[in-house]
Ligand binder design. Structure first.
Ligand SMILES: *Cc1c(COP(=O)(O)O)cnc(C)c1O
Length: 289
């Protein structure tokens, strides 16, 4: 069921899909888990940074569906502080075997040599790419929109690797426009999305990334806190907060008419708030509620 936020926005609460496998990550994992089971894999291996929603989701999904999990984590220095990092300590508690690599090594993670070395070390595993995007992930995200959603003429979705929005675009109708809000800088995303969809009823809104992935400022924090106090809906600082901030700014700037009906996909990510607050504390910035 969508939540009516105000007279022009409704929200699809994907963040309520599962307690620990946040929103869109459950959608992205669904057919991968079915495929891994069917092929007899016992272990899932994937990659991510210290605050990654995907890492937390894979750890929780592995525990729930009976897979061992291995997380290749960017940044060797994290090895010593993982107990202070809420995402990594969660993953570890859920049984994920965390393996830290340098940023340089991490950059090569998709290379054949790197994956072969991982097989030497860990044996057989089902590989999920960073962020979890592949064909089966997109297929899972095609199930986000339901038939009641076709009355909206705009659909908004945050973008990281582009898998989620690709699924949403594939199941959208021609009279709908899908707006993607990238959480990071870079113009490679258009091409990523074009790998997974043939449709053209979409556009990326690229001016609300706040300087890059996991970068935030006081303006964004006060917006997230205002939104929570006003509508009683939590937003995460990395994806959904930036999207909603952008959307409200666009409304102010006259992007939408009074006829427009906007559906926002709340993709989850709330597990990242605690880690972000730890960071904000050290900078003496206000915390996220
Ligand atoms: C991972 C994530 C996204 C981005 O999804 P992609 O499929 O990588 O574009 C958006 N929102 C939240 C909350 C996420 O955790």
């Amino acid at each position: 069921m969508n939540i009516r936020v105000n007279d022009w926005i409704s929200l699809k609460p994907e963040y309520l899909n599962h307690e620990h496998i946040s929103g869109n990550k459950l959608r992205k994992l669904k057919y991968n888990l079915i495929n891994a089971k069917a092929k007899g894999f016992k272990t899932l291996l994937t990659f991510g940074g210290a605050f990654s929603n995907h890492i937390a989701a894979v750890a929780a999904a592995g525990k729930e569906y009976g897979f061992g999990t291995i997380g290749i984590i960017r940044g060797e220095e994290l090895h010593n502080e993982f107990t202070h990092n809420p995402t990594l300590s969660f993953a570890s508690q859920y049984g994920m075997n965390l393996h830290y690599v340098s940023r340089e090594a991490y950059r090569l993670k998709s290379s054949k040599e790197f994956v072969e070395a991982l097989h030497q070390k860990f044996g057989e595993f089902y590989l999920l790419p960073e962020g979890g995007t592949n064909d089966l992930a997109v297929k899972g995200c095609e199930e986000i929109l339901q038939k009641d959603d076709f009355s909206f003429n705009y659909i908004c979705c945050p973008v990281g690797t582009g898998g989620t929005i690709s699924g949403v675009i594939n199941s959208s109708k021609a009279h709908q426009k899908v707006l993607g809000f990238p959480a990071l800088k870079g113009d490679f995303l258009d091409n990523e999305i074009k790998k997974y969809t043939q449709k053209t009823n979409w556009e990326l809104i690229t001016n609300y990334h706040f300087g890059g992935y996991a970068k935030i400022n006081e303006d964004l924090i006060s917006f997230i806190n205002w939104f929570k106090t006003t509508y009683n809906i939590p937003l995460d600082p990395i994806y959904t907060g930036k999207m909603m901030y952008g959307l409200f700014k666009m409304k102010e700037l006259g992007y939408f008419t009074s006829e427009d009906k906007v559906l926002v996909i709340h993709t989850g990510g709330l597990q990242g708030i605690e880690g972000m607050n730890n960071k904000l504390k050290t900078k003496n910035l206000p915390l996220i509620l």
